[in-house]
Design a protein around this ligand. Sequence first.
Ligand SMILES: *[C@@H]1O[C@H](CO)[C@@H](O)[C@H](O)[C@H]1NC(C)=O
Ligand SMILES: *[C@@H]1O[C@H](CO)[C@@H](O)[C@H](O)[C@H]1NC(C)=O
Ligand SMILES: *[C@@H]1O[C@H](CO)[C@@H](O)[C@H](O)[C@H]1NC(C)=O
Ligand SMILES: *[C@@H]1O[C@H](CO)[C@@H](O)[C@H](O)[C@H]1NC(C)=O
Ligand SMILES: *[C@@H]1O[C@H](CO)[C@@H](O)[C@H](O)[C@H]1NC(C)=O
Ligand SMILES: *[C@@H]1O[C@H](CO)[C@@H](O)[C@H](O)[C@H]1NC(C)=O
Length: 483
Amino acid sequence: MTFNKLANFLTLISAVSGGLVLHESRSAAPAGFISQGTAPVTDLLTLRFGLTPNNLSGLQEKLVSISTPGNSDFRQWLSKDEVKSFVQPSNETVAVFNSFAAANGLKPTVISPNGDWLSLTLAVSQANQLFGAQFEKFSHASLTEPITRTLTISLPSELIGHVDVIHPSTSFTGRNPGFARVPFHPHSFEKRTEPVASCLATGVPIDFLSVGGPPNSNASDLATALLDTNTFIDGVDHPPSVVTTSYGSTENQFESSVAKKICDNYMALGARGISILFASGDGGVRGGHDNSSIPGVCESNVFIPIFPASCPYVTAIGATQGFNPEVATNLTGGGFSDVFQRPWYQTQAVDSFLKTIPPNFAGKFNKSGRGYPDVAVQGLSLDVVFEGKTSTNGGTSFSSPIFASIVALINDRLLAAGKPVLGFLNPWLYANAKRFTDITEGHNSGFECPTSSAAFDATKGWDALTGIGSPVFDKLLASAFEY
Ligand SMILES: *[C@@H]1O[C@H](CO)[C@@H](O)[C@H](O)[C@H]1NC(C)=O
Ligand SMILES: *[C@@H]1O[C@H](CO)[C@@H](O)[C@H](O)[C@H]1NC(C)=O
Ligand SMILES: *[C@@H]1O[C@H](CO)[C@@H](O)[C@H](O)[C@H]1NC(C)=O
Ligand SMILES: *[C@@H]1O[C@H](CO)[C@@H](O)[C@H](O)[C@H]1NC(C)=O
Ligand SMILES: *[C@@H]1O[C@H](CO)[C@@H](O)[C@H](O)[C@H]1NC(C)=O
Ligand SMILES: *[C@@H]1O[C@H](CO)[C@@H](O)[C@H](O)[C@H]1NC(C)=O
């Protein structure tokens, strides 16, 4: 015992004198990942560095102001350059990073239009030494080949306050496609020019943004795909007014610094007037999918939040079914983040929901976290037409594009009237809950897990199955024109 304590103490001392400060660590790889041993020291790694923005709190303050109904600058969305003025790293931060790289014989490449992401290519041995890491190869049943990750990573002390993220390091998002049920489209940044019919809306122009490579290639992981999507949109002069994504992963598979950085990027996109939508997951309280053939999944009372739905700067979309009454589907993803605190716009709504939960409730979840979803839309027994074949399917991967269509139709009319688009939605949505059909029935134990499994129950007002409810188009449209 004494020896262990001493050893820990010595480790700490040497870490400090070596100028390394612990950045991220996890005690083990997430379930399913198996170490294949240390990565060959001569392998080359390309690591991305997310630099600290010069005024993130200023951007957040601005976003709160322009997205809250009633403010004089409501919907005065920022330009690309205005967003960049908040997000770009300071000259000091850039200088500190460049001198760190030069001192170690490395040449950084700027990989984002706002200058907030740089990459370095270096040998595993040098990465281990510079960042107090031990990169290993990890395999997983869903991966075609192992990924290179470390369970711990540190920052040289001179980079503290200048670097927010080193990626990939302790994130284990793999190539897990999350819960998307709509087939992956294998072309990069392909722009469709022909009219596309989507969900409720015909003739809405749609661009497919495909990242991560074709399904059977050495594709990047989900965190990387989300980062690439964001930095691509950051650089587009005329971005889409709505973006919907049906991918997600268990929140704890992301390093929290990476999840926060990706989420802050959604804040920046929201401030530009882009509505960012994510499907809330198809496993109810049990993450992306509830798989009853995995022992213990249905019996576990520890609820599993998913990201990016758990980011407060996206609008998370759950699924309903039926009419009169319209009820929550059993698969509708919902719960509470362990990374993001409850945001200002939902404090009251979520507090009221928490009061409806009985004291002897079996489920374990984080009461202080951001609650999701925000809204819900029909998501069961819907037709999907793919490569000329029609099939019937369901999931929040349907609900999110349907809600995106509704937002796009409202934006179309706002633009035609010379008004700004809806942009970051949530403060406006929560202020207009009465424009939604309140969904008060349902239990989100999952698609496969028995209804006796612990889960949330839909109730009057906001709930962690359907948010504030299902939109009533005419009412929402009227509200959009009231400001
Ligand atoms: C950060 O942005 C806010 C505007 O939201 C501004 O008031 C403040 O002066 C900015 N701070 C710096 C250091 O530029
Ligand atoms: C960074 O330096 C350039 C000139 O080198 C200057 O034009 C710019 O204003 C500086 N940016 C900040 C944020 O201080
Ligand atoms: C994946 O990358 C490895 C080398 O890192 C290469 O040997 C292999 O052929 C690649 N696989 C595919 C499907 O591209
Ligand atoms: C559920 O888990 C089993 C066992 O691991 C696996 O064979 C099956 O493919 C999984 N089902 C789904 C829908 O992912
Ligand atoms: C609960 O969420 C908060 C953020 O809202 C976080 O700081 C805290 O660590 C979380 N607790 C657990 C046990 O995950
Ligand atoms: C979940 O709901 C669907 C659609 O109503 C139903 O087919 C399925 O059996 C339900 N799952 C369970 C475990 O009850």
